[in-house]
Design a protein around this ligand. Structure first.
Ligand SMILES: [Fe+2]
Length: 495
């Protein structure tokens, strides 16, 4: 084992963001005890570096989130060592610091410019050195579409929160698939998972070749150390990890539970706003991509890869999180859902829930998403002469709902934080009897829906329940009973 010494003084990192809000020079912060930030050695390099950074001095730093660059889909640039990022070219004959240049392509080379995604990574070892003889290992309770292991009668389903296990499980070992949809092999569909993690990954790394991962913490904070830098998230925030990005997940404050959408299709992007215009919903500036950070760690390690619905492992003698600098638009990011600016009815009626779309992963059919990620955040309810909860509904799309905290207005009982409901393709759903009675009779004053954050993974594909989900003891067999209390109210003599 030969770990690089931690320097006494950390040099500032240089950040450049070429579109949107320009991030600038910030003081880097030690992020854990194992990554090393070396210092430049030559005077010439220092002189050049100061020249580079002098034009990047911030005019102000108000609102800057330390450790991140702001914007969605920007062409970002960031380096953890001064001058590590080549200027004006991607692949110089020799990279500084003895780094290797490597491209990570998230889209085909010839994808239209607006959909083209790639980043250039400058790393201690190329990824071929983070690969080796793979062996298939137990994937636990993680499943991938198509998965036909369970046949269930159709019906609306609901689960209570799953208890955190006593057994020590890391983020991968604690992944439990609830539903799968589409076919990962055709790059279409999604998996909906719950993670129950009770230990950090230690010298264990992972990347997912099957899909992009949208992580939604419900309990406990996560530190996601990715190749591109470090993302810290807590309940109320999300992180999106593009396909193929290596990472390690640490638990910041003990056991953690949350949801994960594995998107087999094209990457999540911001939905169109149409007549809403240029602002509101999820604003691009609130998405945060990490600045470069790396580990120069030589220690026996394991790299796990999910590929083709199977899990494989290979042994390494070093950390693969060794990217010293990178630039491009294919990178992980986080977003605080509490920054979502909801738009809704200010006179009457209830818009479609698409009004609450945070992200969408489009399919080749316009408006028909592979996955939509939708939230139901705190908001005012003001509509007059209106049944205010979500209306009764049947939908071609399949809706997987979770509750991060609080109470959901259509289901005041039974749908609790950490729980799940599943309303599949063309299966009816809507407010329960209690919610209907209340909403039909209550005085329609402006009401603030507070302390509530529910979300939905909505996909064009029917969602198949896994064997694990079907056999869970927290499956609510009586869920459909919540509508039994809805009485016949029709009276032809009383218009
Ligand atoms: Fe619905």
């Amino acid at each position: 084992m030969n770990e690089a010494p931690k320097p006494k003084t950390l040099k500032p990192k240089t950040l450049r963001s070429t579109f949107g809000k320009n991030e600038s020079r910030r003081t880097s912060k030690a992020q854990g005890g194992e990554q090393a930030f070396a210092t430049p050695s030559s005077k010439a390099l220092k002189a050049k570096e100061s020249k580079i950074t002098s034009s990047l001095q911030p005019s102000r730093t108000i609102g800057v989130t330390e450790g991140y660059m702001s914007g969605f889909g920007n062409s970002f640039e960031t380096e953890a060592l001064p001058g590590a990022l080549p200027v004006g070219r991607n692949s110089p004959q020799r990279c500084r610091y003895g780094l290797y240049a490597e491209q990570l392509s998230g889209s085909p080379f010839t994808a239209p410019r607006a959909a083209n995604e790639r980043s250039w990574l400058y790393r201690i070892r190329p990824s071929v050195k983070h690969s080796g003889r793979f062996r298939k290992v137990d994937i636990g309770l993680w499943r991938t579409a198509p998965c036909h292991e369970q046949e269930m009668p159709i019906g609306q389903l609901r689960w209570g929160p799953q208890a955190l296990p006593k057994k020590k499980l890391n983020f991968l070992e604690g992944m439990r698939t609830m539903t799968t949809a589409g076919d990962a092999g055709t790059l279409a569909g999604m998996g909906a998972h719950v993670y129950l993690a009770t230990r950090s990954m230690q010298d264990e790394y992972f990347y997912n070749a099957d899909g992009e991962m949208l992580i939604v913490p419900q309990q406990g904070r996560l530190r996601i150390f990715t190749e591109f830098g470090i993302i810290d998230i807590e309940p109320g925030e999300i992180a999106v990890i593009p396909r193929g990005v290596k990472l390690r997940v640490e638990l910041t404050d003990g056991a953690a539970r949350g949801y994960m959408c594995e998107n087999y299709g094209g990457a999540f992007t911001l939905p169109e706003r149409g007549p809403i215009g240029a602002n509101c919903l999820a604003n691009a500036r609130d998405f945060l991509t990490p600045i470069a950070a790396f580990e120069d760690k030589e220690k026996p390690s394991k790299l796990y890869v999910k590929w083709g619905g199977q899990l494989f492992a290979t042994e390494l003698l070093h950390s693969p999180l060794d990217v010293v600098a990178w630039h491009g638009n294919y990178a992980p990011y986080k977003y605080d859902l509490r920054r979502f600016s909801p738009v809704g009815a200010i006179s009457f009626d209830h818009p479609d829930p698409s009004i609450f779309s945070v992200l969408t992963a489009p399919s080749e059919t316009p408006g028909t998403a592979n996955v939509d990620f939708i939230i139901f955040p705190e908001r005012w309810s003001v509509a007059e002469n209106t049944f205010r909860p979500p209306w009764y509904h049947m939908n071609i799309m399949a809706e997987f709902m979770g509750l991060i905290y609080g109470v959901y207005d259509a289901k005041p009982q039974g749908f609790v934080p950490g729980g799940i409901s599943l309303h599949n393709c063309m299966l009816p759903h809507g407010p329960d009897a209690e919610a209907f009675a209340h909403a039909s009779e209550t005085e329609l004053k402006p009401v603030k829906l507070t302390n509530t954050l529910a979300f939905m993974f909505e996909t064009r594909f029917p969602q198949r329940v896994t064997k694990y989900a079907a056999e869970l003891d927290v499956l609510d067999a009586d869920y459909a009973q919540c509508w039994q209390g809805l009485k016949k109210r029709f009276d032809p003599s009383k218009p």
